[in-house]
Design a protein around this ligand. Structure first.
Ligand code: XMP
Length: 336
């Protein structure tokens, strides 16, 4: 029996007590609901002693790094560094097709890039302190922010079912060990809908608070063949049109997750009086409570028609669009 306002006050006090007057915290942000809300809460509690890091892994959605940067720094005031590591990620992903291999490469590379950036922040902080008048040693980065929710806490304690290991979700165990950081998890008592309420109270704009989940490995698990810059670009454009039309139709909040998938096959089409031989986009949209099961979403036909015609007209390299009518199980939400 508590209100969210009380929760905010108590949590901010708790964070301040844990960190002390000088302690610094780092955390990764993705632009998703959980990490944004957690980052904003940390900023409210300790200001610029919270350092957010966003890693551009080259497989984000169209203009995503720039949008997240604008939202977090300009709108929410969070102390954020965006690291463009797309070259490194794409070079390590070269010629890789296996989904689990893609996940592992992205997870490991993320940790490498994050650690390197954290070390830079730490070095800059130390330098700042040397120049500080009081001469007191202070302000090491001691904490790592995690946007863990209550269901994740429960799952990691009690969930040992086979599906836990069906897909590898990347974790931060390595960071904690290598960097000797301690975890700070301000959302660990909350459910998703509570995080959204909290986000709104913290002044986070509605479109961000309502955002569909986006997987850590990003578009790499939505490109069914090898991941190249060209393939990423094609998928980004198609996905952007798809989501834009879903928003225009007022359907975004009725859908739990929607995204486009780029298939590694070519099909024949016709443009003017010429045959084309180009790739295929599959559209996915599901409704789900917890993503353990999911139903495919029934679109009004005219919305699908508009999406398909825009994608085939506007995205070079695509001449065919299909809609995925598979539920989970037996399919998964993602194609990889
Ligand atoms: P599946 O495809 O397993 O997806 O039915 C269920 C939910 O999990 C997301 N997902 C991931 N999220 N890293 C993530 O952070 C991953 O490797 C990953 N794989 C799947 C998926 O987007 C959906 O919301």
């Amino acid at each position: 029996n508590w209100t969210m306002e009380e929760f905010i006050g108590k949590e901010i006090a708790r964070i301040r007590e844990i960190c002390g007057p000088k302690g610094r915290v780092i955390g990764a942000v993705s632009g998703g609901v959980d990490s944004s809300v957690a980052a904003k809460l940390m900023h409210e509690a300790i200001g610029d002693r919270f350092h957010a890091i966003m890693v551009d892994n080259g497989v984000l959605r169209l203009n995503e790094a720039a949008q997240v940067h604008e939202m977090l720094t300009e709108k929410l005031g969070v102390n954020l560094t965006v690291v463009d590591a797309s070259e490194l990620f794409l070079s390590r992903l070269k010629d890789v097709e296996d989904p689990e291999q893609k996940r592992k490469i992205i997870g490991n590379t993320f940790i490498n890039v994050f650690e390197e950036q954290a070390a830079k922040i730490e070095a800059a902080a130390e330098k700042e302190e040397e120049l500080a008048p009081s001469g007191e040693r202070k302000g090491k980065i001691e904490w790592l922010l995690q946007g863990t929710l209550y269901p994740d806490v429960i799952e990691s304690i009690s969930f040992k079912g086979p599906s836990a290991t069906i897909k590898t979700h990347h974790n931060v165990g390595g960071l904690l060990k290598d960097m000797k950081l301690k975890l700070i998890e301000p959302l660990r008592e909350l459910f998703k809908d509570e995080v959204r309420v909290l986000g709104r109270l913290l002044g986070i704009p509605a479109p961000l608070v309502q955002r569909h989940p986006f997987p850590g490995p990003g578009l790499a698990i939505r490109i069914l063949g090898p991941v190249t810059r060209d393939q990423v670009k094609i998928l980004q454009q198609a996905d952007n049109i798809y989501i834009e039309e879903i928003r225009n139709a007022g359907l975004y909040n009725q859908i739990s997750q929607a995204f486009a998938v780029l298939l590694p096959i070519k099909a024949v089409g016709v443009m003017g009086d010429k045959r084309t031989y180009e790739q295929v986009i599959a559209l996915r949209a599901v409704q789900s409570e917890d993503f353990m099961t999911a139903d495919w979403f029934v679109f009004p036909p005219e919305v699908l028609r508009r999406i398909s015609s825009r994608i085939t007209n506007e995205v070079a390299g695509i001449n065919r669009v299909t809609y995925d009518i598979s539920s989970k199980p037996p399919a998964t939400v993602e194609w990889l």
